[in-house]
Design a protein around this ligand. Structure first.
Ligand code: HSE
Length: 435
């Protein structure tokens, strides 16, 4: 390869040398020269900071590059881009704000921070006229942020459905394909190295809600108050309902759903029944996918690895190189951060209209189904199908209803009554159905 003429050296400060951080470091060691040929930008890792790095790993780094203290990186005037890969809200928030104030650009994987404090972080970046790259924060290797921000720039996105948490998708796949129980599947998923340090963030749907908020902000050009996102995880899900759904021709996925309605946004994360022929139904294991509809482009499907060392590092590199190219061109427009969103109100969950799967557990005697159907009818819920399942349990039998579209408010008031009936032996299981 002919030695390129270097047009600009861009120096990086790497904060966090965990899985993703070491992937980024490795890629830079390996690919810096190729990137230089492609872009004219010479990337140099100037400092690495990681409080928890072992002595052995510290010793393996080039002399003078390591510091246990983030200030060493923030105080270094030669660092152009701070790459924050430590996660969590504090001290990441304070470090990013400091970096921006000191004129550094930022690349971050921190979906929790962007979802919960996005308005303030993006505000600080705009004020400092610096970039925030966050491609890796949603769906790891999949270039969904760049696609929405740049590839679909002339479009209006009407809705997206995303499988954005690999851990949950792995658990659901194992439960559905192999009848495995939840805890065993979770332990296996953790073994794959995708799970959050605190796996409650995964299984309770919070990680998915963070990614939903980050993506929705861009897709709908609106600030997203994180508290307005409805979140329900997969912990309570039973293999039984996964099986009954399958018998009806549906697959259960934990979906992050964003929809632009006339006056509102619908933003929700919950286990969802999808018809087996939906493109997302075939997404298995730790893979992520987003199905998105935009007015000009039409239907789009994004698929790939949502986490892992090199897949995630690849997305971080995309931001680093984009920002480095801007630095090289002395381009001060804030094209990456530069969506100035308004605020579209989020539809309260009780106003949602959806189809539902309902599993009642009832005493098998005359009149019970009639009373349930009557209560649903009184609450304007129309029944599409009913199936009583065989049961070896003497005390009760499962009865599965599919409804036509109904309002969540009406459903909740119907179920509040049904669950009080003497012949209903357990709390009714509710799953929303998407078509
Ligand atoms: N815990 C996440 C997942 C990893 O399972 O998808 C990346 O956000």
């Amino acid at each position: 390869m002919k030695k390129p003429e270097i047009r600009k050296t861009v120096q990086l400060g790497l904060l966090g040398l965990g899985t993703v951080g070491s992937g980024v470091y490795e890629i830079i060691q390996r690919e810096a020269r190729a990137i230089e040929v492609k872009t004219g930008v010479h990337l140099v890792v100037r400092k690495i900071c990681d409080k928890y790095l072992s002595q052995t790993r510290r010793a393996a780094l080039p002399r003078g590059i390591f510091s246990p203290d983030a200030d060493a990186l923030l105080n270094d005037p030669t660092i152009d881009i701070v790459v924050e890969l430590i996660g969590g809200i504090h001290p990441a928030k304070e470090i990013i704000e400091k970096a921006l104030k000191r004129g550094k650009h930022v690349v971050t994987a921190n979906k929790a921070l962007l979802a919960e404090y996005g308005e303030s972080i993006f505000g600080s970046a705009a004020k400092a006229r610096r970039e925030i790259g966050f491609e890796v924060s949603v769906c790891g290797a999949i270039p969904i942020i760049k696609s929405v921000k740049e590839g679909l720039i002339s479009n209006n996105v009407s809705h997206f459905l995303g499988i954005v948490n690999g851990t949950c998708n792995y658990i659901l796949t194992r439960m559905s394909q192999d009848g495995m129980d939840f805890d065993a599947a979770l332990a296996e998923a953790q073994g794959q190295g995708f799970a959050e340090r605190d796996p409650r963030l995964d299984v309770e749907g919070i990680d998915s809600a963070h990614k939903l908020a980050v993506l929705a902000r861009l897709a709908f050009r609106s600030e997203i108050p994180f508290g307005a996102v409805f979140v329900e995880g997969i912990r309570g899900l039973s293999v039984k309902d996964i099986r009954y759904a399958k018998e009806l021709g549906y697959t259960i996925k934990l979906l992050a759903i964003g929809k632009r309605l006339k006056k509102n946004l619908e933003l929700r994360v919950h286990p969802t029944m999808l018809p087996d022929n939906h493109p997302l139904s075939g997404v298995r294991g730790v893979y992520n996918a987003v199905f998105l509809h935009a007015d000009q482009a039409g239907d789009l499907l994004f698929y790939g690895k949502g986490a892992g060392k090199l897949p995630a590092a690849s997305a971080v590199m995309s931001d680093i190189v984009d920002i480095a190219k801007k630095i090289a061109r002395n381009d001060r427009t804030d094209a990456l951060t530069g969506i100035r969103p308004g605020t579209i109100p989020v539809l309260p969950m009780k106003d949602l209209r959806s189809r539902y799967y309902l599993r009642f557990q009832v005493v098998d005697k005359p009149g019970v189904l009639g009373r349930i159907a009557q209560t649903l009818g009184r609450n304007h819920i129309s029944i599409l199908s009913v199936q009583q399942k065989e049961s070896h349990d003497q005390k009760s039998v499962p009865v599965v209803f599919l409804t036509y579209e109904a309002s969540e408010r009406n459903l909740r008031s119907a179920l509040a009554r049904v669950d009080l009936l003497d012949d209903v032996t357990e709390k009714t299981v509710v799953l929303r159905v998407e078509s």
